[in-house]
Design a binder for this molecule. Structure first.
Ligand code: SAM
Length: 268
């Protein structure tokens, strides 16, 4: 396959890739046939998937608005993906025009595309790093600079930690991250849950084993444990549409069908 100019050299275009599959679900154009094929298989098994992804993205928007309304102007978006719709800096700057964002992703396509988009933005930077090597991530100059002022930072781990397996200990990674954050910092996290549609969880996890980023769905208890050392704001860890909806009707009759769970906590 010919490599389009926004795709970095060395990218494997013959294997589906989670960032590009997600871009397809959201209606973006940074994906290939191999990604669309995987997305179509996943949608056949789980027709609500595109809606789940949009619900996740809507949580991200509400949570970033909430953090900005609390006065936060610094954002660290880990596993930021391909910037398709409503990026963190756009959402935050509508409330805090001075907002600064460091985007981090392990995927070279997501990083290359984010760099193109943000080339002229002095207050945004893009880092290629892996949350599983948290010391390396926290040591990157862009990240150190964001944390150095000692002002609160909102860290986003939105739809990312389910790509970290139990043996890689996501809870430990979060504890290391928490210790690096100034007081008043926020954790904005969403995660695929085992409890929303337990009947479909295994098939879905099987599909993601085809990508370099297998999926580990978790229970509410396991997801809540990621907020250890943070004070969860109301309503706690809930299904995506239930987290501070814009209008009560937006929750719908079956929020559990959106399967993902989400929460926001602050470091005292
Ligand atoms: N956070 C965005 C959102 O919610 O709209 C994108 C979520 S997308 C489902 C997951 C992203 O996490 C992908 O871009 C993927 O490359 C990235 N990712 C997966 N594992 C990662 C890791 N270990 N470290 C950093 N990024 C990772």
């Amino acid at each position: 396959m010919r490599r389009p100019n926004w795709v970095p050299e060395g990218t494997d275009l013959d294997k589906p890739n989670a960032a590009r599959v997600y871009d397809y679900y959201l209606g973006g154009s940074h994906n290939f046939e191999v990604d669309r094929e995987m997305a179509r298989q996943a949608i056949a098994l789980w027709p609500e998937l595109p809606q789940i992804m949009r619900s996740n993205r809507a949580f991200l928007r509400r949570a970033v608005q909430f953090a900005a309304e609390q006065g936060i102007t610094r954002f660290l978006d880990i596993g930021s993906g391909i910037p398709t719709f409503g990026t963190v800096h756009e959402i935050a700057r509508a409330i805090r025009p001075e907002a600064e964002v460091v985007y981090v992703d392990r995927d070279p396509v997501a990083v290359a595309h984010s760099r193109l988009l943000l080339a002229d933005d002095e207050d945004c930077s893009v880092v290629q790093a892996d949350v599983r090597d948290i010391d390396d991530l926290l040591g990157r100059p862009e990240v150190t600079a964001l944390l150095a002022a000692g002002e609160p930072v909102a860290v986003l781990l939105v739809a990312v930690m389910h790509f970290v397996s139990d043996s890689e200990d996501p809870w430990k990674l979060l504890a290391v991250l928490r210790e690096a954050l100034p007081p008043g910092s926020a954790l904005i996290l969403s995660h695929a849950s085992l409890e929303g549609r337990p009947d479909q969880a295994e098939d879905h996890q099987k599909l993601y084993r085809m990508t370099p980023t297998p999926l580990t769905m978790r229970t509410r208890e396991q997801i809540t444990a990621m907020f250890a050392g943070f004070e969860l704001v109301e309503p706690g860890v809930v299904y995506l549409p239930q987290w501070r909806p814009d209008q009560p009707e937006a929750v719908g009759r079956h929020p559990e069908r959106m399967t993902g769970m989400a929460g926001v906590g602050f470091r005292p």
